[in-house]
Design a protein around this ligand. Sequence first.
Ligand SMILES: NC(=O)c1ccc[n+]([C@@H]2O[C@H](COP(=O)([O-])OP(=O)(O)OC[C@H]3O[C@@H](n4cnc5c(N)ncnc54)[C@H](O)[C@@H]3O)[C@@H](O)[C@H]2O)c1
Length: 380
Amino acid sequence: MKRYYLPTKIYFGSGIFKYLADILGQRRKKIYLIIDSYFSKAELPEKVKHFFPKAKIEVFDRVTPNPTLLQVEKLRRKIKDFETELIIAIGGGSTLDMGKSTSILSGHSGKLMSFLTKKRKLNKKGIPFVAIPTTAGTGSEVTPWATIWKDKTKYSLSSPLMFPYAALCDPELTLTMPSYLTACTGMDALCQAIEAYWSIHSTLLSDIHAEKAIPLIINNLKKTVKNPQDLFYREQMMTASLEAGRAFSQTATTAVHAVSYPITSYFNIPHGHACALILPSFLKYNYNVSDKNCNDKRGTKFIRQKIKKIIKLLGCNNIDDASTKIKSLMSVIRLETSLSKAGVNDIEIIVEQGFNPDRVVNNPRLLTKNNLRDLLKEIY
Ligand SMILES: NC(=O)c1ccc[n+]([C@@H]2O[C@H](COP(=O)([O-])OP(=O)(O)OC[C@H]3O[C@@H](n4cnc5c(N)ncnc54)[C@H](O)[C@@H]3O)[C@@H](O)[C@H]2O)c1
């Protein structure tokens, strides 16, 4: 039996950021605010200090894309030393993951690496953590894991204890996203929804969220990139991102995400773009699942039906049209669709590094290194 577990309190609405103190209350007197330099320049710390006049607020404003083990270790120490009562992270997935990791680690001693390699188990709740996304999105505000990098390798800190205490989703915070970031993060959400839907861990309940997210992204991402100041489209995309997050919070992602990580770490391609580059090929690859290579106990016919449903949710009638539609969407939102043109110059590194067992085994069709090499050559 599979359970649905998502304990995060979710607040959603345009303009709700200004009610942050009403939502959280004034009880906590020591707050750690985690942001990056973009939001520091936008005077966000001043705003948050204004919301909590009686609290001491310490600010960490040096999050960089794709947080590293060293950065998490350093911040964890500062958060402990400050005797923090509440952590608030405002930003994209990198900032939220910094908040989530340091929150859970604050309740544990010992080296971070021992938790990343699963030698030690996370078994205590951390400092309450509030996630406020400014991209739409990674869905990190409703997932129980955080991505941490060391020497170009991606690790996951993961535990049901890591769900944020609260997620505050205000689409107004995404209005400032430049078009490339809007495109990348929107495609990340599309990959997550599709991967949750075809995952071997999908359930009827996770499907409901993915079924909501996919058409929302297909119908609104192009318009959002073209009309960045239109709050209606930003709202649709933030809803889609949240729905995709809720879906994959129950299933985890699959081979598309696994293979995307070396594309990001070795070739510096942002996370959402790295995932999008390989999505159309994996859609076809998984559609062609057979009894010999089906990874899902529910069988080949079941997976075929799921992918036929994805094709419909994408607004298409057959697999070729669906794959072409994703590539056309990428072109319109100005995301490169070929690996070499996006800056990848070595497929072998991706083949060697893209086999994160946690993710690849979730894929509905078995994936071998030779299969992956062939897929990557097609989109090179
Ligand atoms: N934990 C999870 O469930 C999960 C899921 C997916 C991705 N991730 C992780 O999230 C990270 C990617 O996050 P991301 O794509 O949101 O980008 P990001 O957090 O890495 O931010 C990229 C850039 O966007 C800028 N930015 C963010 N919001 C902005 C806004 N509203 N206006 C202007 N600029 C803004 C930031 O300042 C930064 O320079 C990766 O490390 C990925 O592994 C985590």
